[in-house]
Write a protein that binds this ligand. Structure first.
Ligand code: GLA
Length: 663
């Protein structure tokens, strides 16, 4: 369901933070910047219902009318992200509790237990009231359920969560015997006789049962999803024609929601993304996150619901964006399927915890570099609006699974240095450096059509996931599997008979023992590459050995192997290769598979393509370097409004979007 025929541009608008006279200026400036949509009311509950049952819509009526008169559409939030203090004051049992039993109080935001019936009852009341009042307002083009559901409070260990967790387990397992089997409770005298005996994995004297922990992650993601579904169902009942979304947090520090389960429930997938300030190459992290969001959206266009025009306020050192970075970051998302670029927030706050977070209108006002860049971005997005609705088509996939992430990073494992997100992102880096488009998809997605599939640290994989990978290799895909993949089933039980149980046959290897490395220890491989974190005692049972360990715990053992599988191949990497070695190995695989580059671009320049239904295609070029580059390509550059015939110059730090006519 598409909400609009153009690239959305705007952001969170919080007029309740400002005096009435500012609102007219806001609309005027939004028009100047080319803003076409704002998200309204995300944190408005306390303003809409200052006292229990006393609903005050007058101010919101006025804001929505004002925006509508100014030609600006509204993505109306359901205002349920942060309940007003009076609710917890009357119902302290709705507050979230940590694993250590600490209650998290009001005074910040999102102080509620996701499973609280009190929260649900009161939030549903306000959702219903908003839908009844604004569902037919012409400005309202989309519902924005809650906000970043699960942010801050997803893991709640209170008694209410305990009750909900037990019910969830009863549905999953049917009987306590089945649960005992799945959790392996024969170990450490953990056998349960009744579901009533089960607690959330609260702070305990020793490692809590890993499957118990894993199921609590699954439950918590589902409990957060239930918040979305509860609100969505009310909105669908009252306003079936208005698309419904909520903003995801596909970012390295927010891994608690299994968005592959959430994606299909949204009319439009939306994501929030903020650069990692500590990483000087953070545009690469952006690229990975953005490709993953497209995977969550099933390849459909999606919305960047929030990002920052410059610095955020919540990292240890909040680096400001350099000139041009705002445009490049925005275009990176659009190149990867975003049909909108929205920001937190319209006007940088003058008070509150986020007053040092950038906005579209900075504290300095409009006579500022940032505002001029915002206006420039609005102009660029308008110039490329024809791209909206076009899709990406790629032949290389990286597998990603939130459940595998949770399981991979549980305690009591061979090495705490196996970090899921980092490892997958480094694989993604190597692949994107080949100048190709990359999809990031769930292991149980339809993998046919991919020429290269990389399976990084997929510690947990279901039988279906493993079978899908194998089938893809049989029919011609070149599969690359890294260490600590295919080790356990979905109950976190070891797949016996030698590691990696799920992939051993396809890989033509067997590994008898893991021999992880000490902190900062390195190993050398016979092809000259270097590994860290991991080694293992691999034996080939049919695979070609491409490199062996020269030193470290298992000198002489195979470190990189390749097996022929049907029409394809299966490569195994038994250590964490240094980035440049990983680059080389994956570039070879991509080359062998015959995956063509999107365009021949130098390092530091991204080339990506989106395809329209009618055969039109658009080439995105994003130059992250400080040098101008020339790229062999043809078409009409919509950004510069300039024709390119055979070669196109992209200025230092700049972007180009070429309409190419092919097919
Ligand atoms: C998230 C939230 C916003 C704001 C920003 C700050 O995106 O949804 O309300 O707190 O983070 O970066």
């Amino acid at each position: 369901m598409r909400a609009w025929p153009t690239i959305a541009f705007g952001g969170d608008y919080n007029p309740e933070q400002w005096p009435r006279e500012v609102w007219d200026e806001d609309v005027r400036l939004m028009q100047e910047a080319g803003v076409n949509i704002v998200t309204l009311g995300v944190f408005s509950w306390a303003h809409l219902e200052p006292r229990p049952g006393e609903l005050r819509f007058d101010w919101l009526d006025e804001v929505i009318d004002l925006l509508h008169a100014g030609g600006i559409a509204v993505d109306l939030a359901t205002a349920t992200a942060s309940p007003p203090p009076w609710l917890a004051h009357r119902h302290p049992e709705m507050l979230p509790v940590t694993a250590e039993g600490v209650t998290l109080w009001t005074g910040g935001r999102q102080a509620y237990c996701p499973s609280s019936p009190v929260y649900r009852e009161h939030s549903h009341r306000i959702v219903r009231a908003l839908a009844e009042r604004y569902g037919s307002h012409p400005a309202v083009v989309m519902w924005h359920v809650n906000n970043e559901i699960g942010c801050h409070n997803v893991l709640c260990y209170c008694d209410e969560s305990a009750r909900a967790f037990r019910s969830w387990l009863e549905v999953r397992y049917g009987s306590v015997e089945a649960l005992n089997e799945a959790w392996g409770t024969a170990f450490w005298s953990q056998r349960y006789d009744d579901f009533a005996e089960i607690q959330p994995p609260r702070a305990a004297p020793a490692f809590v049962n890993p499957t118990h922990q894993l199921d609590f992650h699954r439950f918590s993601s589902d409990a957060a999803l239930a918040i979305y579904l509860g609100e969505r169902d009310i909105l669908k009942e009252l306003t079936p024609d208005i698309p419904v979304t909520t903003n995801f947090m596909v970012m390295p520090h927010e891994g608690e929601m299994d968005y592959f389960r959430w994606g299909p429930e949204l009319d439009v997938v939306a994501n929030d993304h903020y650069l990692t300030a500590a990483d000087p190459e953070n545009h690469r992290g952006l690229a990975f996150s953005s490709d993953l969001v497209r995977g969550v959206a099933g390849g459909e266009p999606w919305l960047l619901m929030e990002t920052s025009t410059s610095a955020v306020n919540w990292q240890p050192r909040n680096v400001a964006k350099r000139p041009g970075e705002l445009l490049r970051s925005a275009l990176q998302h659009v190149a990867r399927g975003a049909d909108g670029v929205l920001f937190f927030q319209w006007r940088a706050s003058r008070a509150g915890a986020e007053k040092f977070h950038s906005g579209l209108v900075p504290h300095a006002g409009t006579d500022s570099r940032l505002w001029r860049e915002v206006v420039g971005l609005g102009r660029t997005l308008a110039a490329i609006s024809e791209v909206a609705g076009a899709r990406s088509r790629n032949e290389v996939a990286v597998l990603f699974d939130w459940q595998a992430w949770w399981a991979c990073e549980l305690d009591a494992h061979p090495s705490e240095d196996v970090r899921y997100w980092d490892t997958v992102e480094s694989v993604h880096r190597s692949l994107t450096d080949c100048g190709i488009g990359v999809d990031v998809v769930h292991p149980e997605t339809d993998l046919t059509g991919y020429r290269v599939i990389v399976v990084p640290v997929l510690y947990l994989v279901t039988d279906a996931g493993a079978a899908a990978v194998r089938a893809a290799a049989e029919s011609g895909a070149h599969v690359v599997v890294t260490y600590f993949s295919g080790i356990v089933d979905e109950s976190d039980h070891i797949r016996l008979g030698g590691y990696p149980g799920a992939f051993r046959e396809m890989l033509g290897i067997v590994s008898e023992e893991f021999t992880p490395l000490r902190e900062n220890e390195t190993v050398t491989l016979s092809d000259g590459s270097r590994g860290t974190v991991w080694a293992e005692d691999v034996r080939s049972v049919g695979a070609d050995v491409l490199a062996t360990f020269v030193d470290g715990p298992v000198p002489g053992a195979p470190a990189i192997t390749r097996n022929r599988v049907g029409a394809g191949s299966a490569t195994y990497l038994a250590t964490r290769l240094d980035q440049r070695d990983l680059d080389r190995v994956l570039a070879e695989v991509v080359g062998d598979a015959g995956v063509p580059q999107v365009a021949d671009v130098p390092p530091g320049v991204e080339a990506l393509r989106r395809h329209g239904e009618d055969g039109t295609s658009w080439l995105f070029l994003v130059n992250h370097t400080d040098e101008p580059v020339e790229v062999a390509c043809s078409g009409h550059d919509l950004v510069a409004d300039r024709q390119a015939s055979g070669v196109h110059a992209v200025a230092a730090g700049s972007v180009a979007v070429l309409r190419e006519h092919r097919g």
